[in-house]
Design a protein around this ligand. Structure first.
Ligand code: B4P
Length: 189
């Protein structure tokens, strides 16, 4: 099985690159951001709570997102593999994920880390805010999201580096050129 973590700061292209990976490798796409936004759009109790946190640019609690991933993994017991997009975002989430994958007898294959400078992240997200109207794509929230990433999420890369599973991808440039680097990294596994 191929189990990929697509990792990087907000706006680094995780959602964008996931689309090509899913199409080419037939993996089940698990995006905690998409799952949370679906809860928000259906105004479920979880969605109402999550929206407040997401609009402040903070991370939703580990307990909630780990629970969401667990139930999605169980729903797709016969999958060829998974792409985790925007998860894990804390070391506690990474440890929980490793444990869940151990129960399924299929470890994480690789963490692909998309690297993009902060100025470019801000530009991309502000542009998306104008086009798509996502309420968390505004200047103050973007600043908080980047801070949360640096404080809580970046250590996840070190956690998988210690398992020799980290591969760095240059996330600046044309979308298809970045995807070619991803294909090479997957082929090297
Ligand atoms: P996410 O949905 O994961 O959103 P994101 O970090 O903004 O990345 P996204 O995938 O959407 O953007 P992409 O880089 O593809 O998280 C949203 C919120 O949900 C979090 O802030 C948090 O509150 C909560 N959350 C989610 N998961 C959680 C977890 N595990 N634990 C706790 N809380 C969690 O693209 C950005 C833009 O860049 C797009 O407009 C795209 O068109 C553009 N772009 C992409 N590649 C480009 C390129 N090469 N050049 C130019 N532009 C490019």
């Amino acid at each position: 099985m191929l189990n990929i973590i697509l990792f990087g700061p907000p706006g680094s292209g995780k959602g964008t690159q996931s689309e090509s990976i899913i199409a080419d490798y037939q993996l089940v796409h698990l995006s905690t951001g998409d799952i949370l936004r679906d809860e928000v759009s259906r105004a479920t109790p979880l969605g109402i709570e999550a929206k407040k946190i997401m609009d402040q640019g903070q991370l939703v609690s580990d307990e909630i997102v780990i629970g969401m991933i667990k139930s999605k993994l169980n729903e797709h017991a016969n999958a060829k593999g998974f792409i985790f997009d925007g998860f894990p975002r804390t070391v506690a989430q990474a440890e929980a994920l490793d444990k869940l994958m151990e129960e399924l007898n299929t470890p994480i294959s690789v963490l692909l880390s998309l690297e993009v400078p902060e100025e470019e992240l801000k530009e991309r997200l502000l542009k998306r805010g104008e086009i798509e109207g996502r309420t968390d794509d505004n200047e103050t929230t973007i600043r908080n999201r980047i801070k949360e990433y640096l404080d809580k999420t970046q250590p996840v890369a070190g956690y998988y580096e210690a398992q020799n599973k980290l591969q760095i991808i240059d996330g600046v440039g044309a979308i298809d050129e970045i995807y070619q680097q991803i294909q090479k990294a997957i082929a090297s596994l």
